[in-house]
Design a binder for this molecule. Sequence first.
Ligand SMILES: Cc1cc2nc3c(=O)[nH]c(=O)nc-3n(C[C@H](O)[C@H](O)[C@H](O)COP(=O)(O)OP(=O)(O)OC[C@H]3O[C@@H](n4cnc5c(N)ncnc54)[C@H](O)[C@@H]3O)c2cc1C
Length: 346
Amino acid sequence: METILVLAHTENDGSLAKPVREALHAAATLHKSLAGSKFVIGLVGENVQAAANSIAACPATKYFGVMGTDFSQSRYATDAAAAEAICRVAQATIVVAPATSRWARVLSGVAQRLGGRADTHVTGVAAADGKISVSRWYYRQRMEGALTRTQRPWFIGIDPGSQTACECGAGSVSVEMVAVNLADGCKRTTVVGIREPKADAQTIRPDAQLLFVTGAGWTKKQADGQTHVPEAGKLILDFLKKSRASLGSSKSLVDQSGEGQAVLPFLSHLNQVGQTGATPRHAKGLSTCCHGEEPHTVGWRFIGERRAVNLDPNCGWARGKADVLYVADAFKVMAKVNELLARMQP
Ligand SMILES: Cc1cc2nc3c(=O)[nH]c(=O)nc-3n(C[C@H](O)[C@H](O)[C@H](O)COP(=O)(O)OP(=O)(O)OC[C@H]3O[C@@H](n4cnc5c(N)ncnc54)[C@H](O)[C@@H]3O)c2cc1C
């Protein structure tokens, strides 16, 4: 009989982030299709009671917690010790955890300590005839593989954004506290602060409905024989501000800064989508001034509806990679879109 444990950590404010609810959904669905399985939850954080209460309506029969100031911050030694202790007490055979940066770095280490195995970047968990399988993508999201394991405990890191988030409501639950004896050496590392871009400089928004992608065309010479980089930058930032879309880019455009060409200063390699970039998940994507080459479009694997604006009717998007291609000047299209958005907003 399998015991399915969902490992969760709280945020700074004591709440649970969306990836936890996604992992919960995946685990609860697995539990439902696995006759006789047990479903339990383990929480780690400075204080875990509020987090446990916030998901009280989920089908878990037991809640375990490791809490205290030693567990408020993300730190390998304390997170691994907490996860290990919970897994042991819960006698977990299947451990489902959201692949947040905090869990992703400890899961395989904890699996090693417990003689188990870990799989990362899992995007699907299922059970048929009592056999559990997980699926994940390979070769930069070009091939999907399904695999099973007999080794237990089996640690499954769920890619954030790949599942629907469970909507189990709040209530009141009792959490069984698990004691963890930490050696002093476990507390040597301290998080002294977080450096992040200002809210309005943060262009990568994983939860946005739309991914807006910019290509090198924005910095190329236009019909008048001139480049219009400042104008391009203004149109793009204006659109992002109004639409709250997430900003992606082609490799060619983000590489330009290293090649001494005119650049859009708000783009970095973190924005790059594709084979050597990110594979974001958004309901819709709009590509502008980007050719739609294969290494770029492999990053569009999980974009629901793809549209592109390109002057070239023979661009890569036109060859079956976009659902809709507008053969048009992106400068004109985005100026008009911004004008319409401005009219819609109060
Ligand atoms: C091993 C490998 C890995 C790679 N990995 C990646 C990756 O991860 N991500 C990635 O993006 N690329 C990757 N590439 C590069 C990729 O093959 C392409 O070269 C790159 O994506 C092209 O970028 P682009 O479309 O922005 O530029 P270009 O190919 O220069 O295309 C610019 C486009 O802009 C259009 N345009 C110009 N002006 C306008 C206008 N006013 N209105 C509308 N359209 C206009 C042009 O018609 C043109 O189609 C990789 C390549 C290799 C070999």
